[in-house]
Design a protein around this ligand. Structure first.
Ligand SMILES: [Zn+2]
Length: 214
């Protein structure tokens, strides 16, 4: 299995520096579970970041910065902790933390005869969900109001931008118009992160999209 579509350096840097939002962080971490090359790049970025910090002169901390930091200690933080038992089906560890178990144990919600989904979480306008399409399923032509990140977990799909298999990450912005089709053979299971609702072209999907949180 070789990965053809990786996050670009700015995404990896956002992950390495801890500035990526939670959903984007999850999809990058899950890609890295598939991809030794990106794991190596992130390790290198973290090392370089550590060296830079060591060489910077110490700056005095303002009273406001200290107060703000101490105040944040009281804020409740939801921390996703992966289950202790090892995965039985190879589900990447970062994702297991949000599923509370393996992909094979997911309780899917149906969206018609060949599509199902599982919402994971939403933070403001950014949402993370799993999508499962039967072989040959067409999602429907759409463009994007924000960013759409799609990571293949099983099976595969293709669209105008190329072919995507397990571990491949597709990044689509407002310039991309596509209609992904699941490969024949097995169900295509994706982790999808969107920063804004999709813009579907078909009337039924225009109505159904917001109902299902797309
Ligand atoms: Zn990669």
């Amino acid at each position: 299995m070789s990965i053809r579509h990786h996050p670009d350096e700015s995404l990896l840097l956002a992950y390495a520096s801890g500035t990526a939002d939670e959903a984007t962080g999850l999809i990058i971490a899950t890609h890295m579970a598939f991809c030794p090359q990106c794991r190596q790049t992130v390790t290198l970025m973290e090392k370089i970041g550590g060296r830079l910090l060591e060489t910077l002169p110490a700056a005095p901390l303002s009273r406001q910065a200290l107060d703000a930091t101490l105040a944040r200690l009281d804020e409740p933080v939801a921390v996703a902790v992966p289950p202790r038992a090892p995965s039985k089906d190879g589900t990447p560890q970062p994702l297991r933390a949000y599923l509370g178990g393996d992909l094979s144990g997911v309780r899917w919600r149906r969206m018609g005869p060949s599509l199902a989904y599982k919402p994971l979480f939403r933070r403001g306008g950014i949402s993370a969900k799993l999508l499962r399409g039967a072989p040959g399923t067409e999602v429907g032509a759409h463009t994007h109001r924000g960013m759409e990140y799609t990571l293949v977990l099983a099976g595969g799909f293709c669209d105008v931008t190329g072919r995507y298999g397990p571990g491949d990450l597709q990044v689509a912005d407002s310039h991309v118009r596509h209609s992904p089709i699941a490969d024949p053979g097995e169900d295509c299971i994706n982790l999808a992160v969107t920063t804004a609702p999709l813009k579907f072209e078909n009337l039924i999907q225009k109505i159904a999209g917001p109902l299902f949180g797309f």
